[in-house]
Design a protein around this ligand. Sequence first.
Ligand code: FES
Ligand code: FE
Length: 435
Amino acid sequence: MGRAFDIDPDDYVREKPGHQFLVRTEAYTDEEVFDLEMRRIFERTWIYVGHETELPSAGSFKTAQVGRQPVILIRDKQGQLQAFFNRCVHRGAALLREAEGSVQELRCPYHGWIFDLSGKTRLVSERNDPGGYGPNFEEPEGLVPVPRLASYRGLVFVSMDPDIVPLETYLGAMKAIIDAKLDLSPHGRIVIASKPYVCRYPGNWKLQTENIVDAYHFMHTHGGFVKLQAKYGDSTGDFGVHKGRSTREMREQRFRGSTWSCRYGHGFAQVPPADPSYFLEGEFGGFYRGLLDKHGEEGFERITSKATSTVFPSMGMIHQQIRVWRPISAHETEVLIYPYELEGAPDVFNAGMLRSQERFYGPSGFGMTDDVEIFARVTQGLRADRVQWLVFDRGMDTDEITEDGDYRGLPSSEAPQRALWREWRRLMKPAAHGA
Ligand code: FES
Ligand code: FE
């Protein structure tokens, strides 16, 4: 047997502090690198698996793939969420195949063993039949729980690493972004009321991680949309999300914010409102005034800022949606977009946000289709692997390091993209965990 494939991640990500940041082509294209990522990244970090409101009652479940591991997230009879490996403890059959649904109990389709909603073995079928199990049979107690399960404000994550840092430590600076997004609800809660929009693209998962926080691409990749917005202004009903009366104004607005490269690989881009009173005077003035009263001026600016964000490695929040991306292979990725509603916001506001997302992210929308086309183009371009490097230098000389060790960049810095690659380089080292 030959030696197992391994890499030195310092050969893949080259950083000269302050001025150069290069990533090797094979980090996107090599299937062996991809397999290592599944073990060293996806099975060693906190992975988002769903929102609590997707599992409203006992027996509600979702299935997920965490690296190479199939997982069930389910609500038990006591109302607690449980996460198990989606594998019967008898001879290995996956217990559930649907993406989501509801069950009374978990019955294995192969030989009929039954497990309750807490994973305990309830029935070993035909146990005492002739040729069945004898008195010394050590009956498995139940399904095997995933090592770690935790949630933050309704967002549920699991980890295959029993020793991982607590979820809130892991989220770090991202907690403030999640808080701001959720505090736009008068009750501080969101509800996922619809099924996700699912699409696949021919490209590596990291293209989505990079792109969702890429302030730099917007005016170029989405040039057609920008022109439409410039022509029709806010008449598309985006409530300021993609507002702009002219291309110049849109550019100025977008370039007022900041970009971040955070510990544990998270990145975000944030733009404060040009004029917070815009919200108070519009159609939903009453709704926004309630938020101003509750959170004060500083809080109001925080929650009306626009933020696009990524929780490393494969979840993001943008607009009024949670986005999840699942690596299929080095060259294929599935994206699931979950629009959410703000609990306590006017129905017409939530409906308007949903329409706005359909226009930009939906199957016939302007935005997601542009991005997917670009991912395909990058994948096509990277076939030219005689060219070794991709260039992530932008804004490095103006990024500042904060007290917490995060990097704060100017608005179109590639700081959020460097966040991904810095963490990638850290986790892909064999010495980091012996995997
Ligand atoms: Fe599940 Fe046999 S594999 S009952
Ligand atoms: Fe885009």
